[in-house]
Design a protein around this ligand. Structure first.
Ligand code: SF4
Length: 222
């Protein structure tokens, strides 16, 4: 038996039970599927270990594609929706959940909320398989976010979201905020705003293959 409620499909088994002349129905739920679990996400890069994209040791997923075009954006190579790698959200979730020693995952980009179904599907799978915290960077501000149909699901799946365009004239580069107009919205009690203050603004990661990844809200230019 498959049942539906907004945005989700419930796979369940119904059994009709007769007791004292009255029929009742027993319901056993086997799983809940969010839309998007079967989708693909356009990726720029996965960083398996970073300390500059949220509290503690984290993985970071940089999605590919952003149309918001903030002047001075640190990641212009993530804007084009026609490049990057298309990967199933199931394989991305499997990779993230197999990483040892991380307390959470950060989704950045690129603009994660311009792939909303894939994002919700990915986060549902990650949450299903562990206790990783989830932080999202989005260029959409709080008012824009409040109009998005996926906001209810984000509230259930995300611990904190950094919102707002990067505004060069308001450059801040501290505590995960690139500019002072941006704000951190907390959707759970897992973190407080104080947890974001000591996060380093920049990080240089030397990968196993000798390549270098630059990260953070104020990345070093080499
Ligand atoms: S929203 Fe983020 S990725 Fe997109 S242009 Fe602005 S700073 Fe760059």
């Amino acid at each position: 038996m498959v049942g539906f409620y907004p945005g989700k499909i419930i796979i369940a088994h119904f059994t009709r039970v007769k007791s004292s002349g009255i029929f009742t129905v027993e319901l056993k739920v086997h799983g809940i599927y969010n839309k998007g679990m079967e989708r693909s996400m356009r990726l720029h890069e996965i960083v398996p270990l970073t300390h500059a994209n949220g509290p503690g040791a984290r993985a970071c997923i940089w999605v590919q594609g952003c149309s918001l075009a903030c002047p001075g954006c640190f990641n212009p190579e993530t804007h084009d929706f026609g490049t990057g790698l298309l990967r199933s959200v199931a394989s991305i979730a499997e990779e993230i959940c197999s990483l040892a020693g991380i307390e959470g995952v950060t989704i950045s980009g690129g603009e994660p909320l311009q792939q909303p179904d894939a994002l919700i599907g990915l986060l549902s799978l990650i949450r299903e398989h562990g206790n990783l915290s989830v932080i999202i960077f989005s260029g959409f501000d709080k008012k824009e976010l409040e109009k998005m149909p996926c906001l209810g699901e984000l509230r259930q799946l995300v611990d904190a979201i950094v919102t707002g365009r990067y505004v060069e004239e308001k450059r801040l580069a501290e505590g995960l905020l690139g500019s002072s107009n941006q704000e951190i919205l907390l959707f759970s009690e897992r973190y407080s705003l104080n947890d974001f203050k000591p996060i380093p603004p920049a990080e240089v990661i030397i990968n196993a293959d000798g390549t270098i990844t630059l990260s953070g809200v104020d990345p070093i230019k080499l």
